[in-house]
Design a protein around this ligand. Structure first.
Ligand SMILES: Cc1ncc(COP(=O)(O)O)c(C=O)c1O
Length: 409
């Protein structure tokens, strides 16, 4: 909702925004109807099906595999579960080191810690991508990279894969913020051995909780199905390898239950169909905010690469080398006008904005160049419930408040 003062005769009044930064769109009617069918027949468990019935979860996996052009897909309970399962499926062992981003969110190092491994953090550039020079320098320290496309910023995947292939590093991609995105013509999540996605409410499809793991590798796929808790019902999967792949690993792979259920799958299937259209709507909104912010004194807009086909479900900008109290001032002034910004530079984590040095279960050396970038990152969600006018208003408010604080020196 836009404050009418912004558009009426009262030009001198200060514009404020009154929308919610956490309000997503409703579940599409087709998803609600499909969910009601599941509730009415009661067979919510993915393996609870009648003879000849193809449950919603198995169909969803086939559809997500087709969308990402992957041979195999396993639908699971969360994005975090997809990542820990991927780490187990590529045989990460307790005590191993796993390379990962210094700029990401807590579930990423958390997935590494959950298998008893230790993250080795790789720095972040001013474009908010993983620092590939730092990755090359640290390549000998681990055999696996859990690469987070944090906030949808996709690095030069050709160079990343060249570094990792040369060093024998297996790449697992965290695509929690890149479902529907691509690098060149390759869907995000399809450069590495495994792609992991989240269907949690604040991501690009919404089942409350949920996730996917995709791969072309039949051993990884078979292990992931077994790990997810298939008992010996793996032949009910359709986007999965044949029985010979399961025969190789079924007796040595533990069941660590984290399955998707038919209710969530029913909600998700229509959303997957609509994803390309939703991506376009997100990017329209992102473009309005980005254009509105460009040229603001003291504010750095993040330029995106030519091959990076991102999903603008959030936007970041830098207040690079600003004193902390000035950034806090911007945040407070924007909040007073209804614009909710998050900052990665605070000393202690606030909600989701933690940094590598906040994850104190890891003894991570400081990275001064990355610290400088992290201290400057300001982050804002762009839910699809915002109109283009809302986005223009929000950009005007940020621009005015950043300019006002910047001018005070
Ligand atoms: C970058 C990133 N990776 C992974 C995840 C994990 O997703 P989930 O909440 O589905 O476990 C999140 C969730 O916030 C995330 O932001």
């Amino acid at each position: 909702m836009i404050d009418p003062r912004a558009w009426g005769g009262n030009k001198g009044a200060m514009e404020t925004f009154t929308g919610s930064f956490t309000q997503q769109e409703p579940i599409p009617e087709a998803g609600i109807e499909a969910a009601m069918d599941v509730l009415r027949h009661g067979r919510l468990h993915r393996y609870n099906s009648n003879p000849g019935e193809v449950p919603e979860t198995a169909r969803l996996e086939e559809e997500f595999a087709a969308l990402t052009n992957a041979r195999y897909c396993v639908a699971v309970a969360s994005g975090g579960y997809a990542m820990s399962t991927a780490l187990r499926a590529v045989d990460v062992q307790p005590g191993d080191k796993v390379l990962s981003n210094a700029f990401t969110l807590a579930p990423v190092p958390g997935a590494i810690a959950s298998v008893g491994a230790t993250p080795v953090f790789v720095g972040v550039t001013e474009q908010l991508r993983i620092d590939l020079d730092d990755l090359a320098a640290k390549a000998k320290q681990a055999n696996v990279l859990l690469l987070s496309h944090m906030r949808g910023h996709i690095c030069d995947m050709d160079r990343l894969m060249a570094i990792c292939d040369a060093a024998g590093i297996t790449v697992i991609e965290d695509c929690a913020h890149t479902m529907g995105a691509a690098w060149g013509d390759v869907p995000s999540g399809r450069h590495g051995a495994v792609g992991c996605y989240s269907c949690q409410t604040y991501k690009h499809v919404n089942s409350g909780e949920g996730g996917f793991l995709v791969t072309d590798d039949e051993d990884i796929a078979a292990r992931a199905v077994l790990l997810s808790g298939s008992y010996m019902l793996y032949d009910r999967h359709r986007a999965a390898p044949g029985p010979e792949a399961f025969a190789r690993v079924k007796d040595v792979t533990p069941n660590i239950s984290g399955r998707m259920d038919n209710l969530r799958a029913a909600i998700l299937r229509p959303q997957l169909q609509a994803l390309p259209e939703q991506v376009a709507r997100w990017n329209d909104r992102y473009a309005v905010v980005e254009v509105g912010l460009r040229g603001t004194p003291g504010l750095t807009v993040i330029d995106r690469g030519d091959k990076e086909h991102y999903v603008g479900s959030s936007i970041q900008f830098l207040l690079l080398d600003w004193a902390g109290d000035k950034v806090r001032d911007v945040l407070q002034r924007c909040a007073a006008r209804g614009v909710e910004l998050k900052w990665f530079g605070a000393n202690e984590p606030v909600a989701f904005t933690s940094r590598y040095d906040n994850w104190r279960y890891v003894d991570a050396p400081r990275m001064p160049a990355s610290d400088r970038v992290l201290r400057g990152i300001v982050d804002m969600r762009i839910p699809l419930t915002f109109s283009l006018d809302d986005c223009a208003l929000i950009a005007r408010i940020i621009r005015a408040e950043v300019s006002a604080v910047f001018q005070t020196g």
